[in-house]
Design a binder for this molecule. Structure first.
Ligand code: NAP
Length: 274
């Protein structure tokens, strides 16, 4: 069985040839995945590989060996798990990355690997929030209405294209990689930035651009909560895309809890083999 479109990039080879009792694959693309990888690698008895989809042109250093690219669906991932004798699969992908999470649950079952997922809790609406919750991005476009507005889009660069259907609005688009091609709308400005973002800076940004609607996913966590807090402070509407349904697998809400759970599963740190 061969890998489908995958490149394996070793950023650290010092332990690559030593025998490690635990072989772990972490599905990443999030800050938490990197933190989990670091914590498990630090045990010294785990061969940890982190997997990225390859969406970001210039991913930040991950600190452990990285492989990049899709596996080729459930079958491809199951084959990878078997070929590489992965004992533990950690799904630490973004809460909206539903396809890979679903594939991971199925492939782990097929390959006989243990799976554990990070399920970062979503943000809860609090006093003063003006949220319109909708199911998907096209519904977010519709929720903005007909009258021209100043809209802050904080979605993935692939998702913002849907807003070309509402060219009457003025858009401020923030993404990690450039939106290319740019939106086919008369007025869009772009900011390239990677979180975390402070509430004070988000507040200043919303005010500077006269924003009257923020479109966001319910990502949870603190790194991107600043825009939600800023919108609340300014009485600005947040059009919030609801979370997709994810498979029911053993999970933990935080990096700390997930590492504890994995530690429990792996047992005490093993002596290095020879
Ligand atoms: P998705 O729709 O669930 O996945 C689409 C396909 O991309 C998967 O079927 C898989 O291809 C490949 N893939 C996704 N994550 C992968 C990983 N970690 N390693 C290898 N292949 C992966 O996911 P998505 O929404 O495109 O997100 C892609 C990545 O970006 C995820 O790793 C996620 O954590 C990260 N991310 C997503 C968001 C978001 O809002 N969706 C935000 C921040 C970061 P095959 O079927 O060929 O295996």
């Amino acid at each position: 069985m061969k890998h489908v479109g995958a490149i394996k990039v070793f950023v650290s080879t010092s332990r690559a040839n030593e025998r490690m009792p635990h072989t772990i694959l972490i599905l990443g693309g999030t800050v938490e995945a990197r933190q989990i990888a670091a914590a498990l690698a630090a045990r010294g008895d785990c061969d940890v590989t982190l997997s990225l989809a390859g969406r970001t042109g210039n991913p930040v250093g991950q600190g452990v060996p990285v492989r990049v690219g899709g596996f080729g669906g459930v079958e491809g991932l199951a084959a990878y798990l078997k070929e590489n004798a992965i004992g533990l699969l950690v799904d630490a992908t973004h809460p909206y990355a539903a396809r890979i999470s679903t594939n991971a649950a199925e492939a782990a079952g097929e390959a006989g690997a243990t799976i554990v997922a990070l399920r970062r809790p979503g943000w809860e609406r609090v006093e003063g929030d003006r949220w319109s919750e909708i199911d998907d991005v096209p519904a977010a476009v519709a929720a903005l209405g007909q009258a021209p507005r100043h809209v802050f889009l904080t979605l993935g660069r692939q998702e913002v294209a849907a807003f070309e259907a509402a060219p009457q609005h003025h858009y401020l688009v923030r993404s990690v990689d450039p939106v290319d091609p740019p939106l086919a709308v008369p007025d869009a400005q772009y900011i390239l930035a990677r979180g975390p973002f402070e509430t004070a800076d988000e507040l200043a940004l919303l005010e500077r651009h006269g924003i009257d609607a923020v479109v966001s996913k319910n990502s949870g966590g603190s790194a991107t909560y600043g825009k939600i807090a800023a919108a609340r402070a300014l009485g600005v509407e947040v059009v919030m895309v609801r979370r997709p349904r994810l498979p029911d697998v053993p999970s933990a809400p935080t990096v700390h809890d997930l590492v504890s759970m994995a530690t429990h599963m792996l047992g005490p740190v093993a002596e290095r083999g020879v």
